[in-house]
Design a protein around this ligand. Structure first.
Ligand code: F6P
Length: 516
């Protein structure tokens, strides 16, 4: 049988496989919780251990489904694709490029890793020099970027600076001037550094904000405003043209995609906020997850198993969304980060070869933070008509130093939600009131980390990157391009300049706002 025929037959088998409820699955196998849970432990030497439990037992995956998914992975060339990812092969065929973000954390071809190490050393020197006063007193950093040049730094700075903050970081992305004004209001221009983060160094929002930040420094009588700018980019020539001195340009390779660039110099504000040593721990945690992803096979591979679950719900059960709830304030920005990672990577309609895809691709990622979300959106999860697979993420060690009762209640809520979604029941006295009934059988997965330190955060983000990659391979799509954002960008320029032929609705809106 050809691989294509095997792929087709695997999808047919997945579709026709008998559907059991979660209660039936647990009832049929007393070891189910253990079998579908995995403990990952990485020894990072001086950086300490990273540990996490991945529990996929409250999903509808069973032994037979997993076997079919493993067959699908083989027929889809998962092993070869994974090897190509780490060996610098062309895994982004529409742009004829490799995807070398792994090399930034030591997982890649020798040449790519060597290049990454040199770039990281350069960043380390600049970070240390600034910490030691090379640019005068620096207390604030306004990091200007958008999409992948902002979401990762924002998440990591927010997650890792609860105990330690060497510099006060503000991430600004929106072209709405209010965003930048808010950062200005919180910073003293005399002690503020501006980081302009843009892979291309041409993105309208970022370049507009960067110009306004430079003007703000000048208006506030800062000597040599350009001397306070650091550029983080894969296009250093553009940064020089823009006026940044070469000594303050931190380049990264073109083969690193925007939404995969947190490990590169785009992570500069993270290193500025927590120091290079912590940033190294962050990279090492990601590297440990890379090694797991490279070496573990089939269902024993955490990110691959998660992708099996994603595809089962998106393609077999027709779920259009997937929700992520972090029961940890430090991960409040994780859903935003994952939205770009998952939706910009896998929100496609054609295969890597340009043929129409055979089934749904990335589901819509959304989520929030627990317990807040319980009092806002969980009603729909429990009683709504949509089936929504949920991921819960929590840490055994608390992030706070208050009465342990806080953390105990946080974890109790997290675990109880997964259990309630699965079990269902009826909350009325006679157990019959439909308004108080819960159908149950609603799936969830739980990632329970030992402690949310820098290394664990790195491992957690790398887990999701690999999960996205595994999904893409199984669907036959290219997760590393993003042409879907281009049409809107082009038309925004046309609307702004008034050049172009617009539909009557758009014309009327332009007229109403005095545009064009
Ligand atoms: O418009 C989408 C996008 O290209 C993202 O992929 C990217 O992360 C973001 O814009 C920012 O791009 P840049 O880093 O080149 O400014």
């Amino acid at each position: 049988m050809s691989d294509n025929a095997k792929i087709k037959s695997a999808w047919n088998d997945l579709n026709s496989h008998a559907r059991f409820t979660l209660a039936q699955l647990f009832g049929a196998d007393p070891d189910r919780a253990a079998k579908l849970s995995q403990r990952l432990e990485f020894d990072l030497g001086e950086m300490g251990p990273v540990g996490m439990r991945l529990d996929w037992s409250k999903t509808h995956l069973d032994d037979a489904l997993l076997g079919i998914f493993e067959t699908l992975a083989d027929a889809s060339g998962f092993g070869a694709a994974r090897a190509a990812l780490f060996d610098g092969g062309i895994v982004n065929p529409t742009e004829g490029r490799p995807a070398t973000h792994g090399a930034l954390r030591g997982s890649g071809s020798e040449a790519d890793v060597e290049e990454a190490e040199a770039l990281l050393a350069r960043m380390g020197m600049l970070v240390d020099a600034i910490h030691q006063g090379a640019l005068g007193e620096i207390n604030h950093l306004i990091h200007i970027g958008i999409g992948g040049s902002a979401l990762g730094p924002d998440l990591a700075v927010d997650a890792l600076t609860r105990d330690l903050k060497l510099v006060d970081v503000h991430v600004v992305s929106n072209i709405d001037g209010l965003a930048l004004e808010q950062a200005f209001a919180a910073c003293d221009p005399q002690t503020t550094l501006i980081a302009v983060a843009s892979k291309t160094f041409t993105t309208t929002e970022t370049m507009t904000n960067a110009m306004s930040a430079l003007k703000w420094l000048a208006d506030n009588k800062v000597d040599d405003p350009s001397g306070r700018v650091v550029a983080l980019t894969a296009n250093p020539e553009k940064a020089v043209e823009w006026g940044v001195d070469e000594t303050r340009i931190l380049p990264f390779p073109e083969s690193v995609g925007g939404r995969y660039s947190l490990w590169s110099s785009i992570g500069f504000p993270v290193a500025m906020a927590v120091g290079m040593e912590e940033f190294q721990a962050f990279l090492l945690g990601a590297q440990a997850m890379d090694i797991h992803f490279r070496e573990a096979e089939g269902r024993a591979n955490g990110p691959l198993l998660a992708a099996f679950g994603d595809l089962y719900y998106a393609r077999i059960r027709g779920c259009q969304t997937r929700a992520v709830f972090a029961y940890d304030e430090r991960l409040a920005l994780l859903p935003d980060y994952l939205q770009q990672l998952e939706m910009e990577s896998n929100g496609k309609s054609v295969t890597a070869q340009g043929a129409p895809v055979d089934g749904a691709t990335a589901s819509i990622t959304w989520g929030g933070v627990g317990t807040d979300a319980q009092h806002a959106v969980f009603q729909l999860l429990h009683q709504g008509t949509h089936l929504i697979p949920v991921d819960f993420i929590a840490s055994i060690a608390p992030g706070d130093e208050l009465d342990p009762a806080h953390h105990k209640a946080l974890l109790a809520n997290c675990f109880a939600q997964g259990a309630a979604l699965m079990s269902g029941g009826n909350m009325s006295a006679d157990g019959k009131d439909p308004a108080r009934g819960f159908a149950g059988d609603r799936p969830s997965a739980t990632i329970l980390v030992d402690d949310l330190d820098a290394a664990t955060l790195g491992a957690l983000i790398a887990f999701h990157e690999h999960r996205v990659f595994a999904n893409a391979v199984l669907m036959g799509i290219n997760p590393f391009d993003q042409f879907g954002v281009e049409l809107g960008k082009k038309m925004a320029k046309e609307v702004e300049s008034g050049e172009g032929d617009f539909d009557p609705s758009t014309k009327a809106l332009m007229e109403a706002a005095g545009l064009g």
